[in-house]
Design a protein around this ligand. Structure first.
Ligand code: GUN
Length: 296
């Protein structure tokens, strides 16, 4: 069994990006600038956005954190997005989800300039991804592909079962694992809350990608021998032994499942760190495209 070590791989990727940034600096070029918009004060979102901004600082990117109150109206947020779209210094930005209920998420995602949409959530970028065109791939699925690639995991002809159909993880993951190329070329089943016989389907999977958000959902007896198991779950569970009062728990009953799996991602330290690394990679790509467009 091999552990897919997201901490190590994300640190390798950050090192590679740092080198690219240092080259830009040496040439006197502008470095990538990522902005993150956070509406409200949801604890988990604050942590994630904080990690994204910190990672930018570590690797030499410029970063801007835009914090707006939970009472922000849709118009106010759309106006902030317009400002970020027009700001020539900003290469890419993200709007952290979920948004408060008074704001229509679809409207917000549509308002982001597709060339600055480093989350890859704009329908134009999502469509390009589905059509195998070059684009920004959403960071979590992109991170999973990168892990599979760097560990040389064969995916061709395998049966991939994706659990959960969210726009951020499950849906794009199902498209990417089925597309031509590597990682890809697998036969995909996308399962969700209305799937019948889900345990029977999972038991036939060569690759299981769980993005459900139910702690310890996936048990050893549900997966087949030598399965490749990717855990995207990051649920906060109360834990008095921790200073912060909670621990992060994945969808997979890790200690039991790892005995059966051929490859497995731990939680924490698997997919989570990869998400941030790939957001940085997308921002580097956005900077490169921005530079070329400005030169035209
Ligand atoms: N909320 C949970 N995951 C993500 C993500 O990858 N990007 C944004 N913007 N919000 C999220």
């Amino acid at each position: 069994m091999t552990i897919l070590d997201g901490r190590k791989i994300s640190s390798d990727i950050k090192e590679e990006i740092t080198q690219a940034v240092n080259k830009m600096k040496d040439k006197g070029e502008k470095v990538p600038h990522l902005a993150a918009v956070l509406v409200g004060n949801d604890g988990a979102s604050l942590t994630y956005v904080g990690s994204k901004v910190k990672a930018c600082e570590q690797i030499g990117f410029e970063s801007t954190l835009v914090q707006m109150p939970s009472t922000t109206s849709e118009i106010e947020l759309l106006s902030k997005i317009k400002e970020l779209n027009e700001d020539q210094d900003i290469d890419g930005f993200i709007v952290q989800l979920p948004l408060p209920p008074q704001i229509d998420t679809q409207k917000v995602l549509l308002a982001v300039d597709p060339d600055k949409d480093v989350d890859g959530f704009h329908p134009m970028n999502f469509g390009k991804m589905a059509l195998d065109m070059s684009t920004f791939i959403p960071a979590t699925p992109f991170g999973i592909l990168e892990l599979l690639e760097r560990y040389q995991v064969e995916t061709k002809g395998k049966h991939t079962v994706v659990i959960g159909r969210s726009h951020i993880v499950g849906r794009p993951m199902s498209i990417l694992m089925g597309r031509k190329g590597w990682p890809g070329n697998s036969t995909v089943t996308l399962t969700h809350s209305h799937t019948k016989n889900i345990t029977q389907i999972i038991s036939q999977a060569d690759i299981v990608i769980s993005a459900l958000g139910i702690p310890n959902f996936l048990k050893a007896e549900m997966v087949k021998d030598d399965a490749i198991v990717i855990d995207v779950g990051i649920t906060r569970v109360a834990d008095d032994t921790k200073k912060r009062g909670y621990k992060i728990v994945g969808d997979v009953d890790y200690d039991a499942v790892k005995k059966k799996a051929s490859f497995i991602t731990p939680v924490p330290g698997g997919v989570g760190p990869m998400t941030i690394a790939m957001l940085l990679k997308n921002t580097l790509l956005a900077r490169e495209r921005h530079r070329v467009n400005q030169a035209l």
